[in-house]
Ligand binder design. Structure first.
Ligand code: NAD
Length: 424
């Protein structure tokens, strides 16, 4: 077992050499090592170049959410997730929304914010003016860094500066606004922020520390909305229940966290399947939901004058069709092909619709029969597998547990034992 976590030169070794050391120190069996060695459709040399200290892959199920119609176009949504019921709920909700004419969406230009932190300034307001007066030169310097992005019509378009009060005194924070076109843009923006920093130090007579993208991408928003006929959602009482659920979440951060997590179930699963950065999306979404000082929801549902359900969602959506792992991961490339979007904006809008669908799926279940019924039948299959059930026994054990409302490993083991003892 592990005595020390210091493994000198670990990063210089080959994946096989690293795995041999981990086998030894963590006491892995030959079978466990074989599982790690099997990297499936992600070639070892690709994976080893994607991250540091690579030893194996963690396969995650990928499925397709169906029934999505967005701005009149049909989409198949690839989703990678370990959570049962996410894909079923999204597909079911998309079908309800389809009955009301599908999702409608919009988005802003794909503009990200690069932050440059300036400290130790004598007069922050004067420093701010100096920066704003030199806007043209700063933007020119930023744009020299990425001629490829410029050739696609992107690049640094504008800047602003804010003076903030902190526990270590006043700071000037320069915001560089960069149109990232079809890239998520973190590398592009960070490079520009670093390149213009010496200029900003000179202009402000201050000291620049941080130069990094902000994930609170308020200039790169995606919006989706829909109307669901009351008949499609399960009747007037369900519409009312969903509206009450939405009002509850908007007013209460404890509920808002779970409401928003429900929407993220779908968004993150699709972002992950396409090799995009889901942490960036989650950070951005939750920060956006706190922008007014109190954490609230980024989606809402109301009952309209006809008694039907109307929903909308708006959140930052920094995703790309190129860059990061999008083009290097072979499965991400396939997911992108299935999704069939032509621009980062179209992709962002699809993700907003997916979030709204996922949110509706959860709220409909919560306001109706409760979340556990749908969850439990799928969760029960996982429990049955954990208890050792194989093939057709998985469904038999799961069904019995759901019928008894006892979805637990100890009960699964008992049922499995009973079934195995049954004469065939
Ligand atoms: P990237 O640098 O790999 O690709 C972007 C570049 O591709 C552009 O700068 C441009 O030169 C080029 N390009 C080619 N065709 C383009 C087109 N049609 N539109 C736009 N650009 C085009 O990737 P990126 O998108 O700059 O950065 C994404 C990566 O950065 C992700 O892996 C993310 O995880 C990582 N990252 C994120 C953070 C954060 O979110 N805080 C911080 C650091 C790094």
């Amino acid at each position: 077992m592990v005595n020390s976590s210091v493994i000198s030169g670990f990063y210089k070794l080959s994946p096989e050499e690293r795995l041999a050391i981990i086998k030894e120190t963590a006491g892995l069996t030959d079978d466990e090592v074989r599982l790690l060695e099997n990297t499936g459709s992600l070639p070892i040399d690709v994976a080893d170049h994607m991250i540091e200290n690579f030893i194996g892959v963690l396969p995650e199920p990928m499925g397709i959410a169906v029934n999505f119609q967005i701005n009149g176009k049909d989409y198949l949504i690839p989703m990678a997730t370990e959570e049962p019921s996410v894909i079923a709920a999204a597909s079911y909700a998309a079908k309800m929304v389809r009955d009301g004419g599908g999702f409608h969406t919009s988005s802003t230009a794909p503009v990200m914010i690069g932050q440059i932190q300036v400290v130790k300034i004598k007069d922050a307001q004067t420093a701010k003016k100096q920066v704003l007066n030199s806007k043209t030169e700063i933007l020119k310097k930023a744009n020299e860094q990425d001629p490829v992005l410029n050739s696609f019509g992107g690049g640094a378009k504008d800047l602003d500066a804010r003076v903030i009060d902190t526990s270590m005194g006043e700071m000037l924070v320069v915001h560089l606004f960069v149109d990232c076109r079809d890239a998520m843009g973190a590398n592009a923006v960070n490079t520009m922020a670093e390149a213009v920093s010496p200029m900003i130090e000179e202009l402000t007579n201050g000291r620049v520390y941080l130069r990094i993208i902000s994930n609170l991408a308020v200039k790169r928003l995606a919006k989706a909305w829909c109307t669901v006929p009351k008949e499609a959602v399960g009747g007037a009482a369900v519409v009312e229940g969903i509206a009450y659920a939405s009002a509850f979440a908007a007013a209460d951060p404890y509920r808002a966290a779970t409401h928003n997590k429900g929407a993220m179930n779908g968004i993150v699963a699709c972002v992950l399947a396409t090799g995009n950065d889901h942490r960036a999306i989650e950070a951005g979404g939750h920060a956006y939901a706190s922008l007014n000082g109190v954490y609230t929801t980024f989606s809402k549902w109301i009952k309209n004058s006809e008694g039907d359900l109307e929903g909308s969602i708006e959140l930052p959506m920094a995703v790309g069709l190129i860059g990061g792992a999008v083009k290097t991961h072979p499965i991400a490339r396939i997911a992108m092909k299935i999704l069939n979007v032509k621009s980062a904006n179209e992709f962002a809008e699809v993700l907003a619709a997916v979030g709204l669908a996922q949110n509706l799926g959860a709220l409909r279940a919560l306001s109706n029969e409760g979340i556990q019924r749908g969850h439990m039948s799928l969760h029960a299959r996982n429990i049955a597998v954990t208890a050792g059930a194989k093939n057709e026994l998985i469904d038999l054990v799961a069904e019995q547990m759901v019928k008894e409302r006892k979805v637990r490993v100890d009960r699964a083991e008992e049922i499995l034992k009973e079934l195995n003892q049954r004469p065939s």
